[in-house]
Design a protein. Structure first.
Lengths: 110, 110
DNA sequence: TGTTTTAATGTCAGATTAGACATAATAGCT
DNA sequence: AGCTATTATGTCTAATCTGACATTAAAACA
């Protein structure tokens, strides 16, 4: 958020923090979401590198296009468990997973 | 497995491989189990470092003693999702998770 | 523009998982 | 040995997750 905008909002009585504060998440919950989004976007990156459509990948994973779409955006109906299983069946190594987890995630557009 | 024992078994017609082969697991399934066991034993290590009983930890996690016990042995009824959520609410950092995932797991006693 | 392909979203029934409880096994101590 | 604390295992119901389907939105391309 731009500094100016923040000041304007705070002047109007808003308490401006990060998403976790806004949504009243605990640190653990925030970390969970962050982790999920990292795995989600990595799944997309891996699929795109292979030039597969979501349907094609769904076939390989024995899942459906809609679920792959939800995986890639980190939908609430998707568990980290499913993301990890999917990445593993796509051949991701544990080292690769570790790299993804450690990598910093770019903030969403405001 | 000791080399001698392997030879003896093979002489009797056994095809001796790793657990994945024996249980007919795909690479992805084997990696999933391996990952789960790493997280499971790390949970136990973290709990023991804090000198908490399973019941005490269960209280903090809003879970039950029996579930904590199952988490720590990587029971089939426990998802990687639950293990990660538990570790995160115990304050584990993402870097710590990455380290755990990458670390080599000592083989079970034969 | 229209047509086709691909991706996103909503919903739901069946499958899986989680917390809880009971109980058994084990460890630690006297 | 007994007694207590702790851990392990089995089972159940409620909650959550997943694959599937339908539909809509958005790209890609003629």
């Amino acid at each position: 958020m731009r500094e100016e905008k923040r000041k304007r909002l705070e002047a109007k009585g808003w308490r401006v923090g990060n998403a976790a504060e806004f949504l009243q998440l605990t640190a653990g919950e925030a970390a969970y979401i962050d982790l999920k989004l990292k795995l989600a976007s990595h799944l997309r990156k891996r699929r795109e590198k292979w030039r597969l459509s979501q349907s094609a990948l769904a076939g390989k994973l024995r899942s459906s296009q809609s679920r792959v779409a939800k995986m890639e955006v980190g939908d609430t109906s998707v568990s980290i468990d499913l993301l990890i299983r999917s990445l593993l069946t796509m051949g991701a190594s544990q080292r690769e997973l570790a790299r993804v987890i450690t990598r910093h995630r770019p903030a969403a557009a405001g």
